[in-house]
Each structure stands twice: as C-alpha cells, then as structure tokens.
Design a protein around this ligand. Structure first.
Ligand code: ADP
Ligand code: MG
Length: 467
C-alpha cells in the first residue's frame, strides 16, 4: 500500500485539498518524487502521461513558498500554452488553501503587457512557455534573482518542439543555487544531456507502467488499405461506444479532409491543427470539454498537452512514425480511474509502425474483433449523425469584467422562462470572455436571455459557437 499524502510530510492545507479533489492516495510518481523535492533535491522524473506528474511537482513547490514575500519563487516551463494553462490551474487549485498565493500564466499568442503588469505587482509562481519567458527576462520585466525552484514539465515535448535553445537561454539567466525538477514521459539522450547541464546530482525517479496505478487502456488495431481509411474510421466510430473521441492524424491535410467529410455528413466534429489561431484553438477545446462537439480531429502539435476528462476513445487515423508519439496520444484516454479505448488504423499485418509501438510498450496490439467495414460508409455516417448534447455560447465578458460563473448561471436561470440548473453545463470564464455550454436545443433561448439581460448591471454580447 502506498503512503498517504499526509505521510509524505505535506502540510495539512495541501493534504486537505488533495482529499477534496478525490485524490485518495498519491500515485506512484508522486510517492517517489515528492519526498526528494521536499528535501530540496533536484529530481528527474519519468512516468507516462496521465500518471499525476503535475501534482508531483506542484505540491512540494507550494509547500516551499514563502507567501509573505510577494516575489517570484517558482517557475514552470511547459511546451504549449494549453499545458501552461492547465498547470497553472492545478497550482491554483492545489494552492487554494494557501491564503495570498499569486500566480501568473506567461505565454505567447497574447499581448505581453498584462503579463508584465502582473509580474510588476508581484507573483509567487509563474507558469509559461519558453519563448515568452525568454522575452520577459530579456526586457527586464521578469526579475529572476529571487527564484528558487525551476520545473521543466514535459521536457521531451519541449525539445521535440524545438524549444531547446529558448530553454537554455532562460536557464542561463536564473540563479545557480536553485532547485531544478525535470519531468518527462520519455527520457531520450537529449533529456539526459539537459539534466547534466541544468541539474545538480539529481535523484532519478521513474514509475514504470507495470507498477503505475494508472488506468487500463484497451489497445486495438484495424487493418485498412490507405485509400479506404476514411471508411475504416467511420466503421470504428460507429462500432465503438463513445461520448467523446479524438482522432489523431499525422498531417494537417488529413485533419482538414476528415473533419470536412464528417461535418458534411452532419456528424459533430471539429478540427484542431496548427493552422488555427489561438482564439479558435481555445474555443474548440472549450467546446470539446463541454460536450458541444463530439469528435475532435487533431494533429500532434495542436493536440499536445490536451487534458480532457472522460475521453473514452482515441483513434489513430494515421499511426505516427515515432512510437513515443503513439504513447502520448493514447495516454489521453482513460485518465485517473476511468478506462479507455485506443484504436489504430494500420495498413496491414506488416505495418512497421505497429511493430515499433509493440517493441516500445512490450505488448502486442490485437486486431479488433469488429474486423473490416461491411456496409457503405454513408450508412455508417448516418448512424453517427446528429447534434452534440450541448452547445456552447461565447459571452463578451470575463474575469476582468468581474463576470463569475455564478453570474452566468444567474442570468440564465433567473425569473420566469429561464433555464433549469440542469440545462447548464460547463462554464469557463477567461480574462475577457467566457464560454457556457447549455443543452443543445436551448442554446438560442439562452443566448437571447443574455443579450436581453444584464450581468453585474452591464450588457454583454452572447454568440452561439459551433453547430
Ligand atoms: P501527467 O502530467 O503525468 O500526464 P496529470 O498530472 O495531468 O498527469 O494527471 C492526470 C490526471 O490524474 C489529472 O486529471 C489529475 O487531476 C489526476 N490525479 C493526479 N493525482 C492524482 C491522485 N493522487 N489520485 C487521483 N487522481 C489524480
Ligand atoms: Mg503532465
């Protein structure tokens, strides 16, 4: 039996929040990494996606903060903006029992001004992407001298995405007597080199998949000739029960084609690829998390770092060249205690990419019993057609306009003719805008109510997004 969070010597304020979040016990990587991090050691940690690496570094980091001093003490570098947002969210959530904790998200794709202002006011923890942090350090907006803890999260992804030089520049400007933690799902040679360069006598911890308490993922393959791939996808989607699915492609062109074919058959699907601007990427992800789109078709770069709860199916429309990418992709299904299904379309029994994955994971991937598609693709698509359960509404106000989730619920449910609480789904309030999901057939009504009414005595514009 693994120890409890309390037995790992975490402060009661942190143990309490972990309990409230339903974290009954530390995961394996948490059990291994938290004690050396609390002791101030450098740590290099490896475990698969979904095994709880975030809390493994966030909890000891929070314990080490001196909240009385409003100055930068900890910095987390992440490969993508989405991941930075998630990690910062986890810092805030796990730190909600620590009064006065101030955090900042420092990422590209948005003006640096607000980020500079929050740094000037003082933050304890900053989470961001290497490029933007490098800029903020370069312009003197970020004062590194008080920093004591550095975390490189998803270090392998950071290198894959070409952030190596930016990371190096950031690290060079940080105090040398800091603590450095490095987390990664894989430890290729380049990561070892980074560890050598940036860490001092690191403690190595690794939770091998066999003893990780992680979820079970059913893995299958379905054979298809390349020119019948789309039919095979329709067959897989129609034959596998799922509320939400991600379909991974290797190319943006495949993403566009698959999305377009699904949408024109009236299947609830949308795309997530490098061709979308940040606003639309955020919007698609928000809709997907809210149940306003059922199938997300994504490339690896765009899909990296997505944490979607309750994702029950991952399809590899095209298998990646590198087996490590496969492991990342399917790690998104079956998070925490739910189990998930991963199905890969393979060209045939001799597909070298299947062999590569089997070699890496040490387990064979079985052929799915459903076999090859029997009927025409159009028939399969008809079975999948129909609206998603929810529809998202974009509201033109957010946190900075003092809009809170409760205000949105109030505007939708208040007085006669309003929605019932049960008609309202996920609400995401961002800085200057918000998303609320409501039952699909009530979406126009809900948008009308917001457009006609007021929130905090102000008028906001509500727009239906997606379909
Ligand atoms: P990783 O970074 O290893 O991919 P995450 O930190 O994103 O994994 O965690 C995956 C999921 O597991 C998250 O939804 C997180 O809230 C949950 N989780 C983390 N620690 C625990 C725990 N001790 N018990 C249960 N769930 C946990
Ligand atoms: Mg992670």
């Amino acid at each position: 039996m693994s120890p409890s969070f309390h037995e790992l010597q975490l402060r009661p304020a942190l143990v309490k929040v972990a309990g409230e979040l339903g974290y009954e016990r530390p995961t394996r990587i948490q059990t291994l990494a938290i004690p050396p991090l609390l002791a101030g050691r450098d740590v290099i940690g490896k475990s698969k996606t979904g095994s709880g690496k975030t809390a493994a570094f966030v909890l000891p980091m929070l314990q080490g903060l001196d909240l009385e001093r409003r100055e930068l003490q900890a910095l987390v570098l992440c490969p993508t903006r989405e991941l930075a947002a998630q990690v910062r969210g986890e810092v805030r959530t796990l730190g909600r029992g620590l009064p006065g904790l101030v955090t900042a998200e420092l990422v590209g794709g948005q003006p640096a001004r607000g980020q500079r202002e929050s740094l000037a006011r003082g933050v304890h923890v900053a989470v961001g992407t290497p490029g933007r942090i490098m800029d903020l350090l370069g312009t003197g907006s970020m004062e590194p001298s008080t920093l004591r803890i550095l975390v490189l999260d998803e270090a392998d992804r950071m290198l894959d995405m070409g952030f190596g030089p930016d990371v190096a520049r950031v690290v060079r400007s940080l105090p040398a007597d800091r603590q450095t933690a490095l987390f990664s799902a894989t430890l290729p040679e380049e990561i070892e080199a980074i560890s050598q360069a940036y860490q001092l006598d690191p403690v190595r911890v690794s939770a091998a998949s066999r003893d990780a308490p992680g979820p079970a993922i059913e893995q299958w393959k379905v054979f298809t000739p390349p020119n019948e791939r789309f039919g095979a996808l329709a067959h897989v989607l129609a034959g596998t029960p799922h509320a939400s699915a991600i379909v991974f492609c290797n190319y943006k062109a495949s993403v566009l084609e698959v999305t377009q074919r699904l949408q024109s058959a009236d299947v609830s699907a949308d795309r997530l690829d490098g061709g979308l601007d940040q606003f639309h990427r955020d919007q698609v992800l928000s809709r997907f998390r809210a149940g306003s789109v059922r199938i997300l078709v994504a490339t690896d770069v765009a899909g990296r770092g997505i944490d979607v709860e309750g994702l029950d199916l991952v399809v590899n429309y095209e298998l990646p060249q590198q087996p490590e990418v496969y492991v990342h992709r399917i790690g998104r299904t079956g998070r925490a205690d739910a189990s998930g299904v991963a199905i890969s379309l393979a060209v045939g029994p001799a597909d070298a990419r299947v062999a590569g994955v089997e070699e890496l994971t040490g387990a064979p991937i079985m052929e799915h019993p459903m076999g090859a598609p029997k009927g025409p693709t159009a028939g399969l698509l008809r079975a999948l057609a129909g609206p998603p359960p929810m529809r998202s509404i974009l509201i033109s106000g957010g946190r900075k306009d003092k809009v809170r989730p409760g205000d949105i619920v109030g505007a939708l449910t208040g007085d006669a003719g309003g929605l019932a609480g049960g008609d309202i789904g996920k609400i995401e309030v961002q800085d200057r805008l918000s998303y609320v999901a409501v039952r699909h057939h009530l979406a126009s009504l809900a948008a009308d109510r917001i457009n006609a009414g007021r929130i905090k005595r102000k008028r906001f514009r509500a727009t239906l997004v997606g379909r």
